[in-house]
Ligand binder design. Structure first.
Ligand code: PLP
Length: 347
């Protein structure tokens, strides 16, 4: 028999419970090695274990080919995202984001009085970088947010478009590239840019492909001056369980390819199934997609939840579309069953 730590089912909810396809979490949880590492470190967690966090930072920097002094770890990528809004947006310095996109940054910037320019995605799901650069000038943007692959669509902004954007943003505008879902895609990271310029900040998280959403670990990569500004809002040591699990994840050579492939198969199966029934999705390279349900998205999500399948929500710009997280093959079978039932009931 496999040791308990090697069994993915150990982390999965009983099939009788609701299927949770709403927060873009990884249904497999931390890898078996990451789980074991987190458990093993608990006895030592009376200490801050700063040296272990240093090891993780150094390994991340080495794997990405960037300097150690260009990497800072946080308990999740939400923290540097929030700090960026606080530091670089204000009533006088706007924010440019795509629409739809991950809203945390825009909501915080708006609450602090910044003008938020929302630029609709192109029809292919890419960020409209030319319109975003123009908007950056209009709102005197201190910050421009580009999520690649994008949440909620999972859609890609091609490297050439990002290169154009970096060459054409106004001088006062920093560019924050959120690569939370990058490992699910076939795209190259822009992280090397942080060695070339001081106005690009790249975020990564262990919450998605590495399955550590509840453990809390994220990375900000940028020029040391930008990292210093982010750090100026206060220190917050990392949970050592997350550091240990993060190290084990980075040291697991096959993990990204395996989970990337697993996710892509289940995602494309589901999108294909929907397409055959006339429900289209924006092309996705992540563990989520947006489907046009051709009726009120909020009501549709509620009807799905009644059938035990909790999917994501709609964005105001697309009220008849909903976001769905890619779960396991078994979970997506339950998704299809519920979807079929809901659309046949509503006609
Ligand atoms: N960025 C994007 C695009 C996300 O979708 C999320 C979470 O859903 C986050 C950042 C924040 O994740 P975390 O704080 O868990 O790293």
């Amino acid at each position: 028999a496999l040791p308990a730590s090697a069994s993915p089912s150990r982390t999965l909810p009983a099939s009788a419970g609701p299927v949770l396809l709403n927060f873009n979490e990884c249904p497999y949880g931390p890898s078996p090695a990451a789980q074991a590492a987190a458990r093993d470190i608990v006895a030592g967690s009376g200490r801050y274990l700063f040296a272990l966090a240093g090891e993780l930072r150094d390994l991340f920097a080495q794997q990405e080919g960037i300097g150690k002094d260009h990497v800072r770890l946080y308990p999740g990528s939400s923290e540097p995202l929030n700090r960026a809004a606080v530091l670089w947006t204000s009533p006088g310095a706007g924010l440019v984001v795509a629409d739809p996109t991950f809203e945390a940054l825009g909501d915080l910037a708006a609450a602090r009085g910044a003008t938020v320019a929302k630029v609709p995605l192109r029809a292919d799901g890419a960020h409209d970088v030319r319109a975003m650069a123009a908007a950056a000038a209009t709102v005197n943007a201190g910050l421009l947010y580009l999520c690649n692959p994008n949440n909620p669509t999972g859609s890609i902004t091609p490297a050439a478009d990002i290169a154009w954007l970096l060459a054409n943003t106004p001088a006062q505008t920093r560019v924050l590239v959120d690569e939370a879902y990058l490992q699910y895609s076939e795209q190259r990271s822009v992280i090397a840019q942080v060695m070339q310029r001081d106005d690009v900040i790249v975020l990564r998280t262990f919450s998605k492909l590495y399955g550590m959403a509840g453990l809390r670990l994220g990375v900000a990569a940028a020029h040391p001056d930008r990292l210093k500004e982010l750090a100026s809002l206060g220190d917050n040591p990392l949970p050592v369980t997350a550091v240990a699990a993060g190290l084990a994840s980075l040291r697991d050579p096959g993990l990204i390819a395996q989970r990337n492939a697993e996710n892509a198969v289940v995602r494309q199966e589901t999108i294909g199934w929907l397409g055959k029934r006339g429900f289209t999705c924006v092309p996705s390279e992540a563990n989520c997609f947006v489907v046009d349900v051709q009726r009120d998205g909020a009501a549709f999500s509620a009807a799905m939840a009644e059938r035990g399948v909790v999917i994501g929500r709609s964005w105001p710009i697309w009220p008849r579309r909903v976001r769905v997280t890619v779960g396991t093959a078994a979970e997506m079978a339950r998704f299809r069953e519920a979807f079929e039932a809901v659309v046949s009931r509503n006609g």
